[in-house]
Design a protein around this ligand. Structure first.
Ligand SMILES: Nc1ncnc2c1ncn2[C@@H]1O[C@H](COP(=O)(O)OP(=O)(O)O)[C@@H](O)[C@H]1O
Ligand SMILES: [Mg+2]
Length: 287
């Protein structure tokens, strides 16, 4: 399995690159494109009217726009059930307002989107997974989340083991739901961290000051955590000092990095249009 993630500042062309790249990959093997942007646009790109979160784009090509709000409600209600079963009613009552708040807290959406991506990566049904990310901040969060989760499950496991050992002395040996859950989650987090660490990043940018500055900062943070497969200079209009700066820094930090230059088209590059076909051709040597 190969995982590609397409990142960059808002509006630079991430979705366009991710969708056309996925179309090319789907010719070679089963491909999933997943959007981790709350404001999904894969269906819009392919003019798909279906309302389901997962949808077929072609024979070997599936799209996935996870509903983070619904996902969060389900995730928290799962925690609520486990808390109710495993803690005293007093603890549960104290904990409930926090759970109620968390189930609607937008700062948790990225965690859910990460979980959805993790599920697909661990399941391993696809030869290629392409992640159409939201803006740069989310990418940086996704890079640190695996470690944060590992630390958290590690702690949970440690505390629960102590509790279970004490309980065993009083009540004898018993299955423990939380202990099994923490063990399973920790294993999953380890696997996801490893697989997502092999993720190949495609960084899209425009030859404008803000996009360039953001790209330079992001590359510094990505170094050592992911591979930078290619830099895509979108809406490229001739050699430019700003573009040179990004390429130079990219190669300094990551070694050999592909550079793809895509011009600005008069019409939006969508599937089935001449501009779209041209756009797609630029991405060919990425597959
Ligand atoms: N090279 C290009 N020439 C013309 N229009 C483009 C080009 N690349 C992207 N676009 C258009 O720019 C808009 C933003 O692109 P999109 O892929 O949605 O960016 P992002 O996902 O980074 O927000 C879309 O309307 C898209 O059709
Ligand atoms: Mg987008």
């Amino acid at each position: 399995m190969r995982i590609y993630a397409v990142g960059g500042k808002g509006g630079v062309g991430k979705t366009t690159v991710a969708c056309f790249l996925s179309l090319l990959l789907a010719k070679k093997g089963k491909t999933l494109i997943i959007s981790t942007d709350l404001a999904h646009s894969i269906k819009d790109f392919f003019s798909i009217k279906e309302s389901s979160q997962e949808f077929r784009i072609s024979e070997s090509f599936i799209g996935y726009e996870p509903d983070a709000r619904e996902g969060l409600r389900k995730y928290i209600s799962g925690i609520e059930e486990k808390t109710r079963r495993n803690f005293s009613p007093i603890v549960f009552e104290d904990f409930k307002p926090f759970l109620n708040f968390s189930s609607k807290d937008p700062s948790n959406y990225d965690l859910i989107l990460y979980e959805k991506l993790k599920e697909k990566v661990i399941k391993g049904d696809y030869q290629f997974i392409v992640v159409d990310t939201a803006a740069t901040g989310q990418v940086l969060k996704f890079l640190s989340l695996p470690q944060r989760l590992l630390i958290w499950y590690g702690l949970l496991l440690k505390w629960r083991k102590k509790y279970v050992a004490l309980r065993e002395k009083i009540k004898g040996k018993q299955e423990d739901e939380l202990l099994s859950m923490a063990e399973k989650k920790k294993k999953e987090a380890e696997e996801a961290k490893k697989k997502l660490g092999e993720m190949e990043f495609i960084w899209v940018f425009e030859p404008g000051t803000l996009s360039i500055k953001e790209s330079l900062r992001a590359m510094e943070e990505m170094k050592g955590r992911v591979k930078l497969r290619a830099l895509v200079a979108n809406r490229f209009s001739g050699e430019n000092r700003l573009v040179e700066t990004v390429v130079k820094r990219g190669r300094n930090l990551f070694g050999e990095v592909n550079l793809i230059k895509i011009p600005s088209f008069e019409e939006e590059p969508f599937p089935g249009t001449t501009q779209g076909e041209q756009f797609k051709d630029y991405l060919k040597n990425l597959t």
